[in-house]
Design a protein around this ligand. Structure first.
Ligand SMILES: NC(=O)c1ccc[n+]([C@@H]2O[C@H](COP(=O)([O-])OP(=O)(O)OC[C@H]3O[C@@H](n4cnc5c(N)ncnc54)[C@H](OP(=O)(O)O)[C@@H]3O)[C@@H](O)[C@H]2O)c1
Length: 325
């Protein structure tokens, strides 16, 4: 099988495409013929050994896949050859055949194609857990989403709209802001050209936003906390802009607001039933058209390095997917 392999830590240019022996499913495992593998910002970090997960070399990037069960190991009872499935695999998805624990597989409804299905775990999972579970976002509330045109941000726009919230999308440049409106944002702020706090206050009549969903961090975080209203919830989602911000605690006292961490990767391990329920909900929303994942580009598996470079260069709107089979 063909595999995209990280043999030594470095940039996307250091990834190689290799022929590897086909894997064999061990007890409790399933071999999935990968049809689509969605890439994420964390793929830019994991290949440089700058991510919280540190797989042993050599490994393949690619954290979420959709495909077809090709073989099952001893003791597997829930899935059979030919079943369509999705899985979050952390890394290792950018190869033609992927070994997955049976318990990590989710059955894929016929209504969903592989490319869209591959994009649902990480970004939509994070939006469901972040906005609804941690953020307690309700219909009629206002949410500001930072990094709104990226994978995590775009999913958050759609989930927030599905909940009935008013969405202020914050991103850089007219092109990205137009994209955010296209996928459902009610208002936009260009946080590289405008005063983020002042604009968020203006757009909420001085009251401040109910929820901030921050996938960017760095210099954008504090103005966003300052723009939350009374009992606001600021969700710590990611640090795509680099620096991990430090927030003055007096702001929390003055606003009666909360800073809440969102760690989807641990949520699905610690609360697997909640995660599966969230995935069922999101798959239903995609199937009935309430949510439409935006696919920035679909490339063949061999172009995985170029796709990861595109994410690192801040050029992607929505998701990038590589395909095989
Ligand atoms: N908490 C969790 O459970 C969880 C789960 C998944 C992902 N995440 C994290 O969420 C963040 C976003 O992930 P993603 O997959 O949505 O990434 P993405 O698609 O690359 O989007 C990130 C966005 O951040 C903005 N950005 C600002 N400064 C940037 C910089 N220096 N480099 C790159 N992007 C920059 C970009 O928009 P503008 O150009 O408009 O600023 C970009 O659209 C990452 O930090 C990721 O690790 C967290």
């Amino acid at each position: 099988m063909k595999a995209v392999v990280c043999r030594r830590h470095g940039s996307a240019a250091d990834l190689v495409v290799q022929d590897l022996a086909d894997p064999v499913a061990g007890p409790g495992e399933v071999v999935v013929g990968m049809r689509a593998c969605a890439l994420n910002f964390f793929d830019t970090l994991i290949i440089r050994d700058r991510y919280q997960f540190k797989p042993e070399l050599p490994f393949s990037p690619g954290g979420e896949i959709a495909g077809v069960v090709e073989s099952v190991g001893a003791g597997v009872t829930g899935f059979a050859v030919g079943d369509r499935v999705v899985a979050y695999v952390k890394w290792g998805g950018a190869r033609e055949k992927v070994v997955v624990d049976e318990e990590d597989l989710i059955a894929l409804p016929d209504a969903l194609d592989f490319v869209r299905a591959a994009t649902l775990s990480v970004t939509y999972g994070t939006a469901m857990h972040g906005l609804i579970d941690r953020g307690e976002l309700k219909a009629g509330e206002t949410v500001a989403i930072l990094g709104a045109s990226g994978g995590v941000g775009q999913a958050a726009i759609e989930v927030a709209k599905a909940v009935g919230a008013r969405v202020i999308a914050c991103a850089s440049g007219a092109d990205k802001l137009a994209f955010c409106r296209k996928v459902g944002a009610d208002e936009t702020v260009d946080y590289d050209a405008e005063d983020l706090k002042a604009r968020l206050k203006d757009l909420t009549g001085g009251k401040g936003v109910d929820v901030v969903y921050d996938a960017v961090g760095d210099k954008y975080a504090e103005p966003a906390v300052r723009a939350t209203g009374w009992r606001g919830r600021y969700l710590v989602v990611g640090f795509a802009a680099g620096e991990i911000p430090k927030i003055p605690l007096n702001l929390l006292l003055l606003k009666g607001c909360d800073l809440r961490g969102v760690f989807w990767g641990d949520h699905l391990v610690r609360e697997p039933e909640a995660f599966k329920a969230e995935m069922a909900t999101i798959m239903g929303w995609v199937a009935d058209g309430r949510v439409v994942p935006h696919i920035h580009s679909v490339r063949p598996l061999a172009e995985t390095a170029a796709a990861i470079e595109e994410i690192a260069a801040r050029k992607v709107k929505g998701k990038v997917v590589v395909t095989a089979g």
